[in-house]
Unconditional design. Structure first.
Lengths: 274, 283
């Protein structure tokens, strides 16, 4: 027997670590559950537990007249997120192909540069883009938001694609080439199918990051180009509008469904902890 | 042939890297350069060179206090996140595949939940009539409701929800690679569980912790929505200051100074964690 009997200090260890883990998991999950339940409240104020349940806030959210601004913000956010993710996926995949298996210092520096938006404070970058575009004389538009979002979300796709490329056996390329296949053909038939789940997982994270982006949207959006998180922030700052809870409930369900689908398709949960 | 995937000796294929590189140059490097120039300028049209904004920022103890508060918020959040992330990671390692999948799901969920939603939830939990106060009053742990909104403690609790996944993912990745027989050997040789944790698990998981701590520090110091909504008007951090100066006061050079300060402060913090990592490896 290699294990010794549990001493009192060992039991203390298990108790302390177990308690902290339970509290920690509670901090992660309880707020999500509370928002979901609060969104079905029948009351006009956000209170937990709700005095009664109703769908009134979901109805208010769907009302085309009362919630027109929310709908505009949602469609703006979706358009920007879809465009930025599609463009970032192309750019980041090409860049990952360029830097794959290159260990020169110049390649390492470029890799660090492409990943740096993950670490640099987004708010400083957001303000920088506002100053930059205003000095160039551009008026606020969704296209500027797309440009700003690409920079912020491209690292997610670049990282997952680079990781999936390292699992690609170079011998596959050589055999494909020696059999007379062109480079584009090899990419389409060999490389792309193997790295596609990596690109998809990164694109999913990028899409969510764009939908949720505050630092860039805060500075580049205005009344006409309002974005969903900024709109929701405004609703929360002024009146603690319960529609925010309904919007939250809807978004949580959408993300949950997307997460399960993506997990099936790309093994997202495992990819995130590799 | 200079294919990107032909082997370790291949060079960078610049034609493939160029599209993203040029995009970053135009929309990332250039704006940051303008930000730096703006901080040394007289007005928001880059009218002329001036050190006035820098002198005003660093000459005022209030603004110096804001810088210090922001850095402290980052460090306290890293410490608190560490306290809960290690037990969760240990639980993860000890679990079977089914429970591991569920735990990863719980860890990923906050990361994919909108920042505004998360903040909204914490108001419902931390306010005077909130869930936490109701629970504490019901359990008799406090006689009067605690005021947690607009306090640093409340803000750190709310930040922990989003920062914990950033710490946990690299930590779990590294702790999975630790050979379990090392812990078994320590236990067989008479080491208590505490000692095994301190002498085996903690040192071996340090690279994962450093990667996580870097992300947590960078993210907590720039969490604008949490800082303004939970912190309210009483707690001012650099992101709030930047937003006010840029969009309310319209003092762009001053907002640029605050932004450059935030950039440098975060980079300094990140390099500090990186140095800690190198030191830990050589020591």
């Amino acid at each position: 027997m290699t294990r010794q009997l549990n001493t009192p200090t060992d039991r203390g260890y298990s108790l302390v670590m177990g308690t902290l883990a339970v509290i920690g998991l509670g901090i992660l999950i309880v707020p999500v559950i509370i928002v979901l339940l609060s969104s079905f409240t029948s009351s006009t104020v956000l209170k937990f537990p709700p005095p009664g349940f109703s769908l009134r806030w979901y109805e208010a959210l769907l009302d085309p007249v009362r919630s027109r601004h929310v709908h505009v913000a949602l469609s703006n956010s979706l358009w920007v997120a879809l465009s930025a993710t599609a463009l970032a996926a192309i750019l980041a995949t090409l860049a990952a192909l360029a830097l794959n298996r290159v260990s020169r210092p110049s390649a390492r520096a470029m890799e660090a540069g492409f990943l740096s938006p993950l670490i640099l404070p987004g708010l400083a970058f957001g303000l920088a883009t506002l100053m930059y575009f205003s000095i160039l004389g551009f008026r606020p538009s969704l296209n500027l938001l797309i440009a700003g979002h690409i920079v912020v979300i491209a690292p997610f796709i670049f990282r997952t694609t680079l990781a999936s490329l390292t699992q690609l056996d170079p011998a596959l390329h050589e055999s494909s080439a020696s059999l007379g296949a062109g480079r584009l053909y090899t990419f389409r038939r060999i490389t792309l199918p193997i790295i596609a789940p990596g690109i998809a997982a990164g694109a999913f994270l990028a899409f969510v990051a764009s939908m949720d982006n505050v630092p860039v949207s805060l500075f580049l959006s205005n009344a006409r180009t309002n974005m969903l998180p900024i709109r929701m922030w405004g609703m929360m700052e002024t009146t603690l509008d319960v529609r925010v809870a309904a919007m939250s409930g809807a978004l949580i369900v959408v993300v949950l469904v997307l997460m399960i689908v993506m997990d099936r398709l790309t093994n997202l949960t495992r990819r995130m902890s590799m | 042939m200079s294919g990107a995937a032909t082997g370790e000796t291949a060079g960078v294929e610049w034609r493939l890297a160029a599209p993203l590189g040029l995009t970053y140059l135009a929309f990332f490097a250039a704006p940051l350069l303008i930000l730096l120039v703006m901080s040394f300028s007289v007005d928001d049209n880059l009218g002329g060179f001036s050190l006035a904004a820098w002198a005003k920022f660093w000459g005022d103890p209030f603004y110096r206090g804001v810088v210090w508060d922001t850095l402290r918020l980052g460090l306290v959040t890293v410490a608190m996140t560490t306290l809960f992330a290690y037990p969760i990671a240990l639980l993860f390692i000890a679990s079977g595949p089914g429970l591991q999948r569920l735990l990863l799901f719980i860890v990923l969920l906050p990361l994919l939940t909108s920042v505004v939603i998360r903040t909204f939830a914490w108001i419902a939990i931390l306010s005077r009539e909130g869930v936490l106060n109701q629970a504490l009053l019901a359990l008799g742990l406090t006689t009067a409701p605690l005021n947690l909104l607009q306090t640093e403690l409340g803000l750190v609790i709310a930040l922990m929800q989003i920062e914990m996944p950033l710490m946990l993912l690299p930590l779990i990745t590294v702790m999975r690679q630790i050979d379990p027989s090392l812990s078994d050997a320590s236990r067989a040789l008479g080491g208590s569980k505490w000692r095994t944790f301190r002498k085996v698990i903690l040192p071996l998981s340090l690279p994962g912790w450093i990667a996580g701590a870097t992300l947590v520090f960078a993210s907590a110091t720039t969490a604008f929505i949490s800082q303004t909504v939970i912190g309210g008007a009483r707690l001012v951090y650099l992101p709030t200051l930047i937003w006010q100066q840029a969009m309310v006061v319209y003092n762009w050079p001053f907002a640029a100074v605050a932004s450059v300060t935030l950039l440098v402060a975060v980079l300094a913090g990140v390099s500090l964690f990186a140095m800690l990592g190198r030191f830990a490896r050589t020591a």
